[in-house]
Design a protein around this ligand. Sequence first.
Ligand code: HEC
Length: 265
Amino acid sequence: MRLNTKLTSVPLALAALILSQSALSMSGSVDEQSKKEASPQTEATTQSDEGAFVAEDGRKLKYDPKNDAEDRGQRISEAEFMQAVKRSFLVNDEQEWKRFSDPTLKTCNVSHDKPDMEQAKSILAREKASIVLPEHGRYMGDWKQGKKWVEGAHGGRIGYPGFVDADNPAKLNGANCYACHAVDPNFPQNGNMGPSLTGFGKMRGQGEPMQKYTYEYIFNAKSFNPCSLMPRFGNGEGHLLTPEQIADIVAFLLDPESPVNQPKQ
Ligand code: HEC
């Protein structure tokens, strides 16, 4: 089907990235905000409605692979995007939604990621205080498990139910570190928003201070860099990873046996 309105052509994934760093935490109520913006005016669809998702305003939205070929994404309005996010966070976990409106993100948004000294100090202190150890009491877990979490992309995804898959909340989340980092040199793809972590343990060592640093960075990057673009994986309510998963990832990055610290195969 065709959505023919004042449409944004931002693919969902990109929009999600922008969203995670901006608009939401400034806008108090998302519902109010999205109502104010773009009241959708769509043409009726001539295609079959089978498999369509009925939006709150009664319109039927349907995934169209033809759009994918054209621009790699469905064209949706701002209001539709907000609705999709809100819905799928409800599907996954109500608590996850809170992550978007916490005081740290608010300060970062308002200051355009340039908090003043007082604000930075207060963010660092608050974020540091969120860090807890796994129940087994160690910073390092099992690197083979860690490999799995680093590669995994399950959890925290957005989309209309049946449109983009809604994550099963009973399954542990993956971390999708490759979206931003090179890690295992044998992994076929990586992003480069963050520095390469290939050979991390080999270059930086495996001693206790390094284990602690790595654990805390993954648990809460904003305890080091107040407005870091790296997600706070262990932080607070609606966290993405458990402390045990984070320890497994530390082992994956630091253990000399891990492929991260071995030559490329
Ligand atoms: C959205 C992008 C993004 C994702 C996803 C991400 N990171 Fe990062 N990471 C960064 C950026 C950017 C930095 C650079 C420092 C900063 O801005 O905080 C960084 C820094 C780091 C550092 C510190 C590097 C150093 O040289 O001391 C570690 C360790 C790290 N990331 C590990 C991970 C792991 C492990 C994952 C997955 C669990 C992950 N990151 C996921 C963006 C990301």
